[in-house]
Design a protein around this ligand. Structure first.
Ligand code: XUL
Ligand code: CO
Length: 438
């Protein structure tokens, strides 16, 4: 890393909530211990290569606006290495310990598969060197199976077997590179694995082909000895009308039906949850209940726009609810908080990347501290426990332990008068949570 791509910006320090310095953390103090772990080990922040380094901020109505002095726009290995240098400088200055990439973010897609794979190998060797120099690790890798025109009708759900084969070869290579870089995971996001209209779609065949694809990935993982975690990232639509991996519940059902559940966990993204008309904490809770909450793509949507706007998360109420789910399941094992988020098109200067990540990291640090305090105090937990207390003994326990029958329940019910559950106390509980938000 010879050239400095972010001159004038030093490593972002922790200065506490009273600081006036906009290039400082107010809440994220990497080495501060919360509960039993350091903040950085709870949160495991990651840079999304595609948004931080490659995104130009173009939108459907206009071209890119971003200033990216590290990228000359050429499809060369040399240029890709400059982008990597800038990425590692950025991560070091931000204190981001992990990163995630698509194969085509880090290296150019060239005229044919072999040339693209060779370019990827060349850049991967450079990434390995940068990882060694900085200690930054690869949280997960993935393959871009949605940008090239060949994938216009899907990759592992394409109606064309040759396209399917090229997708498989691309994933094979991306897995090799992820493995070589010591990646802790590998993500499958079904960018176009869905349909535009059912009229031309054999859904049963497409879903079954997708399952075969993932089984082949599991086989290949074993073959090369890759120990990282496989993730599926749910998203209901956009760009497709309907995606097969539409939400946590749909993904879990698909994985179970096709005997894949033991090999996969979910990578939950906030804005995808919103598009599925769920709150992110719902998606996290569904995944966690199945023992399949693996990683998080941290961002947020705009309630008024309704697209996958991938904004940086700043809402502490939301990060608190996310951290409550995460702490309750015992924290990340292989996963982390990957900022799959982009600065607004109007925020086009390199320094805006710093402001954006500082805001996201501070919002999650506050969410972590608040969630930890809520759990430590135990009031919320006690309220929930009390609400379900009737299942801990007597007739309730026979239900919980599977010993009840309609006959035994009828016998019990006939002895009861008019029964009502206790108040849900939603407002009181919301007030309780707000007490922590100062
Ligand atoms: C797209 C999205 C992807 C995945 C990786 O909405 O979230 O960037 O995270 O392919
Ligand atoms: Co994502």
């Amino acid at each position: 890393m010879s050239q400095e791509y972010f001159p004038g910006i030093k490593t972002i320090p922790f200065e506490g909530p009273k600081t006036k310095n906009r290039l400082a953390f107010r809440h994220y103090n990497a080495d501060e211990v919360v509960g039993k772990k350091k903040m950085k080990d709870h949160l495991r922040f990651s840079m999304a290569y595609w948004h931080a380094m490659k995104n130009t901020s173009s939108d459907p109505f206009g071209g890119g606006t971003r200033l990216r002095p590290w990228d000359d726009g050429s499809d060369t290995v040399d240029n890709a290495k400059c982008v990597a240098d800038a990425g590692f400088e950025f991560m070091q200055k931000m204190g981001l310990d992990y990163y995630c990439f698509h194969d085509r973010d880090v290296a150019p897609e060239l005229g044919d598969l072999q040339a693209s794979s060779d370019a990827l190998d060349a850049v991967a060797a450079h990434l390995k060197k940068l990882q060694r120099q900085t200690g930054i690790k690869l949280l997960w890798g993935t393959a871009c199976l949605f940008a090239h025109p060949r994938y216009m009708q899907g990759a592992a759900t394409s109606p064309n077997a040759d396209v399917y084969a090229i997708a498989a070869a691309q994933v094979k290579k991306a897995m090799d590179v992820t493995h070589m870089l010591g990646g802790m995971g590998y993500t499958f996001w079904g960018g176009r694995e869905g349909y535009a209209t059912l009229l031309n779609t054999d859904m049963k065949r497409e879903v079954s082909n997708l399952a075969h694809f993932l089984h082949m990935a599991v086989d290949y993982k074993k073959k090369i000895g890759f120990k990282g975690q496989f993730y599926i990232e749910p998203k209901p639509r956009e760009p497709s009308t309907h995606q097969y991996d539409s939400d946590s519940a749909a993904c879990l059902n698909f994985l179970r039906e096709h005997n894949l559940l033991e090999h996969f966990k979910l990578n939950i993204e906030t804005n995808h949850a919103t598009l599925a008309l769920h709150r992110v904490e719902h998606e996290l809770a569904v995944a966690a209940a199945a023992g399949a909450l693996g990683s998080i793509d941290a961002n947020t949507g705009d309630e008024l726009i309704g697209w996958d706007t991938d904004q940086f998360p700043t809402n502490v109420y939301m990060t608190t609810q996310m951290m409550l789910q995460l702490l309750k399941m015992g924290g990340f094992k292989t996963g982390g908080l990957n900022f799959d988020a982009k600065v607004r098109r109007e925020s086009y200067e390199p320094i805006d990347l710093f402001h954006a990540h500082i805001g996201g990291m501070d919002a999650f640090a506050r969410g972590l501290k608040i969630a930890h305090q809520i759990i430590a105090d135990g009031d919320l937990d006690r309220l929930v426990k009390t609400r379900y207390a009737s299942f801990e003994s007597g007739i309730g326990k026979t239900i919980t332990t599977g010993k009840a029958s309609f006959d035994s329940l009828e016998k019990h019910a006939l002895k009861l008068g008019n029964v009502l559950p206790a108040s849900g106390r939603q407002e009181m509980i919301e007030n309780l949570i707000n007490d922590y938000m100062d």
